[in-house]
Design a protein around this ligand. Structure first.
Ligand code: PPS
Length: 293
């Protein structure tokens, strides 16, 4: 077994490391992570892949609504992880699903199923400005009971940069997925979803080959707004009080682009930019966010 208990993954954490990546033992099991490798992928599977706090729930919501053809009544009472289940947690659920399956994952590329590389399955990878991702992650760390509350923002910033956080390094995650560029992949950013959600939903519908009428498409957009999702107790994970301390925050927190400016000092931002450019220099990334060139 390649899981080992980690002495550090953020100060004093109880996370374990599986093939170089940190996971929470209360939610993730090394034996399931092992089984992912031999998971049988189907050509018509659609995977939503993200680094944490990049817009995962938003994309799960869009994809689920899309496959339910915008039918909100059918959609409302099912928790999001049942609609688009997690590869690294709900393998049995996914295996039992009829095609076409919609599957979600935070896994870095090297932990994906072996078959994944050869199948015609589709992947939607959502990225977010890492500074905003980091801020969102910081608040998430403050409300998740299985994660150690960061000492302060600087402490969390260092852990994020060093990859000492749940799912490991943002830089390695994006690099791994970019460098292995799966043939059927749609790259999206949180920022473009904020800028023009109807256009993004149209692109997704074309990409996955799920035709929607204009009315259905507008229903998907309407019920994927921040306001609509925040009003939903199942999206806000209010049923998951064993995981979240809801007195410390809400899962649907602000939903904004650029909140990092309210948290980073100038020195922290410059330090982050230097590291970003060092680590991502080889990649031809063209993002719409406001990282300095
Ligand atoms: S997780 O825990 O990894 O699944 O989190 P994830 O869903 O990836 O990210 C949560 C952040 O996404 C924001 N969010 C949205 N923003 C705008 N519009 C919509 N519809 C939306 N849905 C989710 C959510 O508020 C978290 O970001 P922050 O910055 O913390 O508000």
């Amino acid at each position: 077994m390649s899981a080992e208990l980690a002495s550090r993954g953020g100060e004093g954490t109880r996370m374990f490391k599986f093939r170089g990546v940190f996971f929470m033992p209360e939610i993730y099991k090394p034996e399931i992570l092992e089984q992912v490798e031999d998971f049988s992928v189907r050509d018509d599977d659609v995977f939503v892949v993200t680094y944490p706090k990049s817009g995962t729930t938003w994309m799960q919501n869009i994809i689920a609504l899309m496959y339910m053809e915008g039918d909100v009544k059918q959609f409302e009472n099912i928790v999001i992880a049942q609609k688009v289940p997690w590869l690294e947690v709900q393998l049995n659920v996914i295996q039992a699903r009829p095609s076409p399956r919609q599957i979600c994952s935070h896994l870095p590329y090297h932990l994906m199923p072996k078959e994944f590389r050869d199948k015609r399955s589709k992947v939607i990878y959502v990225m977010r400005n890492p500074k905003d991702t980091l801020v969102s992650f910081y608040y998430f760390y403050n409300m998740v009971k299985h994660l150690d509350t960061p000492k302060d923002f600087q402490d969390f910033l260092e852990n994020f940069i060093n990859g000492q956080v749940f799912i490991g390094s943002w830089f390695e995650h994006v690099r791994g997925w970019q460098e292995n560029n799966h043939p059927n992949m749609l790259w999206l950013t949180y920022e473009e979803m904020k800028k023009d959600l109807p256009a993004v939903v149209r692109r997704i519908s074309k990409f996955v080959g799920k035709h929607l009428t204009e009315e259905q498409l507008l229903a998907v957009v309407k019920h994927s707004s921040f306001k609509a999702m925040k009003a939903s107790p199942t999206v806000n994970k209010e049923n998951l009080d064993s995981v979240f301390d809801l007195t410390k925050g809400k899962f649907m927190r602000k939903g904004k682009v650029g909140d990092w400016k309210n948290h980073f000092t100038v020195a922290q931002s410059e330090w982050f930019d230097t590291i970003y450019h060092e680590r991502m220099a080889r990649l031809d990334l063209d993002f719409t966010w406001d990282m300095p060139q």
